[in-house]
Design a protein around this ligand. Sequence first.
Ligand code: C2E
Ligand code: MG
Ligand code: MG
Length: 268
Amino acid sequence: TYEMQKFMQIRLKYKNDLYTALDKRQLNVRYQPIIDLATGRIVKAEALLRWNHPEDGWISPALFIPIAEECGLINAIGDLVFKEAVCLARRCRDFPLQISVNVSPRQFVSKTIYETWTTYLHENEVPARRMILEITEGTLLDNRPDITKKIFQFLHAGMEIAIDDFGTGYSAMGYLKKFNINYIKVDQSFVNDMVKDSKDLAITEAIIVMASKLGIKVVAEGIETSEQRDLLMAAGCDYGQGYLFHRPLLGEEIESLLKIEKSSQCYS
Ligand code: C2E
Ligand code: MG
Ligand code: MG
């Protein structure tokens, strides 16, 4: 159909443009604060990619990440994100901040990812425990020995693992037994319409109870209202992320926010 043809044309165009985007530094990383709901403080930040296209403006990662995965560019792009995230972790070393990065399954297939990333950390004197790798349920369900081996290597090195968009995939749960998962990120589709007595709230409460019994902390994504935050806090959710607190910010803005928080802590 005409629509399908148009869609394929756009994909092809962006695929070609992505190669130039990497060289011409059109890809930027923003960081969205993750809040400890009990204290209201920023304790983590998620690295999120942004593409400033010369003709089309800002393009969503939801559109270009699948293209990058398809053409193999995801490894170079993922390395860039990790490198930037490590630099921010270094700049924020006086604060108890962890940075999380999203990792596509395809990246774990790379033979060099473990060595490259641990070298960045070593060169910047950033402890591995400062970094969290966000993976989706699909990555673990593939059950590929090469992927599993790398996840264990990263865990062994001290990095933490979060399951992103939890509840939207197959939720096969068996992997929770196999890997020492540190965080579950409740997908924003459960948070969006969360009201008292809703099914979304019941599902989220059940996820929190299960996680707590397994020693896993829970992060809720996409919190936009104080009602959603309050329901999540009452359900025992540990961390929150969303426009209610902050949109994705520049690295410098994260640093300033941490400094402000620290000085207000000194005076209170
Ligand atoms: P994600 O990892 O689940 O990231 C959360 C998404 O929710 C982000 O969209 C964020 O900007 C958005 N968000 C945060 N708070 C709110 C809120 O209160 N309301 C609403 N409506 N949205 C909120 P973004 O930045 O467009 O990223 C989309 C997806 O692209 C990410 O979902 C992630 O899967 C992928 N992605 C982003 N950066 C990277 C990357 O560096 N590598 C890989 N492999 N994937 C990435
Ligand atoms: Mg994520
Ligand atoms: Mg998510």
